[in-house]
Design a protein around this ligand. Sequence first.
Ligand SMILES: Nc1ncnc2c1ncn2[C@@H]1O[C@H](COP(=O)(O)OP(=O)(O)OP(=O)(O)O)[C@@H](O)[C@H]1O
Length: 552
Amino acid sequence: MTVWGVTRADVRRLAVATVLAACAELAGLLLMATAAWLLLRAAEQPPIAALTVAIIAVRALALLRGGLRYAERLAGHEVVLRYLGALRGRVYETLTARRSSRFSGGDLLSRLVSDVDAAQDAVLRCLLPALVALVVGMAAVTGALLFSAPAALALVAGLVLAGVLLPVLSARSARRAADADAPALAALADSAIDLARGAVELRAFGAADRAVAAARTVASGLSARERRRAGSPLPGAGAAIQVLTTLAVCVTAGGLGLPAIAALGLGTMAVFETVLPLATAARRWAEVREPLRRLHQLLSEPAPRDGSCPVPAANVHLRLRGAGLRYPGRPAPALTGVDLDLPQGRLVALVGPSGSGKSTLLAALAGQVETTAGAVTLNGRALGAYPAERLPVSGALADAHVFRATVRENLLLAKPSASDDELLAACRAAGSEAELDRLPGTDGAAMSGGQRQRLLLARALLSDAPVLLLDEPVEGLDPAHADAVLRSVLTAAAGRTVVLATHQPAPLPGFDEILVLDEGEVVERGTHAELVARAGYYAEHYLPSPGRAHMP
Ligand SMILES: Nc1ncnc2c1ncn2[C@@H]1O[C@H](COP(=O)(O)OP(=O)(O)OP(=O)(O)O)[C@@H](O)[C@H]1O
């Protein structure tokens, strides 16, 4: 199977759709030619028997054309919808199989998924019309050749101009227009998002009028360019080629009788109806090339080699050895040479200033990002040796998602068999009073920040995973409440390995080990008492004191 996953059945369906569409077009072409011949031949008042076949042919072709058009639509959509269903499935599978954060941006995800629609246009509006035009064009030239070789030659010249040269020019001008418009379109999209999401702030700071005016300037620049392009001679050129070719065919077939010339002329007009849309197809092709390139890139990247090692359900021993990580495009590494030993049940805290690498370290332990140096192992084997979706790790990480379903359904994700009592117990342990039937909105938008955090904490606690990774789980709560929630969570998580990134100093004395990170490196490590005795960064910033409960 190719990157695009085209099967033999897809090719067969496409061939059927092409044949049906070409037959429908040819029926229309023959109908025009026969009708023209019939009219002019009838004007010569021959015996009616001489016209009978043509009369029957006109009736039959009219009926046939309608039926073929219907069948062609069915076949065309069948090929596209079946193929797109399979392609969309492959895109989703590829995206979900990626551990790296490269494809995880929400915008990028939705763009990639909507890019599949470009594949629909590539088949339905570009490939199919091109194949049909090729078949119809060849049939028309063969038909013309039966009447007159010079007329067929004139037809070939016209078809090449309209079916090859014009589409190439159209695609080139569409590409140039897209390149020229791209910065303005991106700026307009950014302005639209800023105007919609930041309307309140823009109004509050009296900047709304300026922002609207700036967006309007960009939009009117785009419209002006579009108006200028509307004056392009390319669309009119197709019609001109059609008329000139028809005239040339009629003139070169001059030796034939009038009915035959009329049939050739109207047949030529009809074949151009199939060929002229190729210019529009070429413009569309120029537009869909970029989405198709993105899809190709996604589908052709080798999938991460997830191993099939049986995942341990208990006695999990995670370990980082010299772990380093550099995000693509970033000059400095987010982690450098981190060693961390996590036998089952160990409590480790990660502290340090904002941007020091705490979330990145948790993401590496969760297998969400791949380290670019050193190793992450689980019971002695590389994390990649285990199936990514079954790692024995649960948590409330920075990008944890709240689904647009009830609180109950969000919680049941972690433990589908849990009873309401278990769900409520987990909520209580996480300090949450969430009602199970409440709808939290898109990604928890209908909850307060603190409520959302506690829902994520309750979900993490519910899972049976022996390792809990918590990324500032009580951020957004008042310090006293945050302290109580953290203690309750740690009690509920007794026996599990917990790695907690926090700015909250209160629970730290109870941890087995505390790592102080700075610019991705571990600059201090030890127990609370050891770090206090060292009187370094930790002692300066994380000593719980009555007046300083919440830290940097
Ligand atoms: N997806 C990403 N792409 C590129 N750089 C990133 C990405 N995520 C984090 N970084 C960078 O990596 C560094 C470490 O970030 P990280 O989020 O791990 O810090 P942190 O200690 O958790 O910060 P905070 O306390 O503010 O949550 C920062 O310089 C950050 O800008």
